[in-house]
Design a binder for this molecule. Structure first.
Ligand SMILES: NC(=O)C1=CN([C@@H]2O[C@H](COP(=O)(O)OP(=O)(O)OC[C@H]3O[C@@H](n4cnc5c(N)ncnc54)[C@H](OP(=O)(O)O)[C@@H]3O)[C@@H](O)[C@H]2O)C=CC1
Ligand SMILES: CC(=O)[C@@H](O)[C@H](O)COP(=O)(O)O
Ligand SMILES: [Mn+2]
Length: 381
């Protein structure tokens, strides 16, 4: 039995993780969760999975749940609650499915406590990949990718030697606006941006997909997870999201992982690794029905966020921290209809341009830069 702590249980990845656990009660047991503000869904999760520890985002919701469940469940809230869940003693695996760099500190604590990390939360690695990966190495902890592209690469690498990898090829759907020019993007709405062609995901990542910042964050995530230089990580536009990513080896062979766009495959692989389990309601690919797959060259002028992310990743140090924090703040402003879609990359670029890069930032410095960048972005509109 694998005992699981789950951060972000009420979200898109969180609820799909619950589905995987639900399908395999003989393999997985949920022991602790964090949620944000969705208390209605939290009650349902408590009733079905009976976790021993539940942490909510706000004190008010904590008081409410304390009155309802305080006799039977350990409850917590805020940043301390995230940390408690991350290091909950009975859990052997932490699934990090929270949104944003708020996932960084709990992940570092979980690594120090020796937990295996199933990582969906790419912002953690973009914000402080050097700290996370060195802590994982120091504590002998595995970071198992949940992000679909990184799970695909991880699956392609099974049985292979790192020294024989030539490059990683990350596929991108192109997001909601893939057929629009930059001029077409003037005045697009939040509702249009949230209409992803292939995946149903949380709001923030769906906007990241539309700006292509999601792919930029994924390039940096791949750099840290697989220890591959940026010059050996390519992105290709692949509208169907059927090939989830590829690896090219020195003998020119390319291995790809294919499947229907269903995050439960990647989540389940991280939880069951090194084994595979059946996916009861998974949709099998019918290749004859699909007929053909399309691949297009990326346009870095059109998708400016992808270029900003490559540049920030290559520069390294504290710049990816700024990239992530500026992006989180700008996307939040767009979702709240305070800025236009095209202002997202403009604001991020301004935050990057004014930053004096620190080569090896420690955790306190990263925390400061993350906060300061958010404050700066919020002064720009
Ligand atoms: N969705 C997907 O298919 C994929 C997602 N990812 C990554 O996984 C992560 C989660 O994405 P997704 O599931 O789509 O996001 P959602 O917005 O759907 O879910 C986010 C979860 O985090 C909780 N949450 C948000 N902010 C806070 C906070 N400040 N403190 C505590 N909890 C918080 C939410 O709580 P509540 O809803 O209760 O308020 C919810 O449980 C992101 O990093 C994303 O990039 C990666 C690949 C695919
Ligand atoms: C499901 C997943 O992993 C997302 O990150 C997805 O890849 C988003 O799609 P695009 O960023 O390719 O549009
Ligand atoms: Mn992805």
């Amino acid at each position: 039995m694998k005992y699981i702590s789950l951060m972000g249980a009420t979200g898109s990845i969180g609820t799909q993780t619950l589905d995987v656990i639900r399908n395999h009660p003989e393999q997985f047991c949920l022991v602790a969760i964090t949620v944000g503000k969705n208390i209605e869904l939290t009650r349902k999760i408590i009733s079905e999975f009976k976790p021993e520890l539940v942490s909510v985002q706000n004190q008010d919701d904590y008081e409410k749940l304390k009155a309802e469940y305080g006799h039977s469940i350990r409850l917590s809230y805020g940043q301390n609650g995230l940390l408690e869940v991350a290091i909950y003693e009975k859990a052997t695996i932490l699934v990090n499915a929270v949104m944003g760099s708020v996932g960084l500190f709990p992940t570092l604590h979980a690594i120090q406590a020796g937990k295996t990390i199933a990582l969906a939360n790419k912002e953690t690695l973009v914000t402080a990949g050097h700290l996370v990966m060195s802590a994982a190495e120091q504590h002998g902890v595995s970071i198992l990718p949940v992000d679909s592209e990184h799970s695909a690469i991880f699956q392609c690498l099974q049985g292979e030697k790192d020294s024989e990898i030539d490059r990683l090829i990350i596929t991108a759907s192109g997001g909601s606006f893939r057929d629009k020019t930059r001029e077409d993007l003037i005045g697009v709405t939040v509702e249009e941006a949230l209409n992803h062609p292939n995946w149903s995901m949380g709001a923030k990542i769906t906007i990241d997909s539309a700006t292509m910042m999601n792919k930029g964050l994924e390039v940096i995530e791949a750099h840290w997870l697989f220890d591959i230089p940026f010059d050996k990580i390519d992105v290709v536009l692949h509208r169907e999201s059927i090939i989830h990513s590829m690896v090219e080896f020195q003998d020119t062979s390319i291995k790809a992982q294919l499947g229907s766009p269903d995050m439960r495959v990647a989540i389940q692989y991280a939880l069951s690794y090194p084994n595979r389990l059946p996916l009861p309601s998974g949709k099998r690919l019918n290749l004859e029905d699909i007929g053909k797959l399309n691949f297009e060259k990326m346009d870095y002028k059109r998708f400016h966020c992808l270029k900003l992310a490559y540049d920030a990743g290559r520069t390294g140090g504290s710049l990816p921290t700024v990239l992530n924090a500026a992006n989180e703040a700008a996307v939040n402003a767009f979702l709240n209809k305070k800025i236009a879609f095209l202002q997202i990359d403009e604001l991020i670029e301004r935050a990057l341009d004014r930053h004096n890069v620190i080569k090896h930032p420690d955790l306190d410095t990263i925390k400061e830069i993350d906060q300061e960048t958010r404050v700066y972005i919020n002064t720009l509109f």
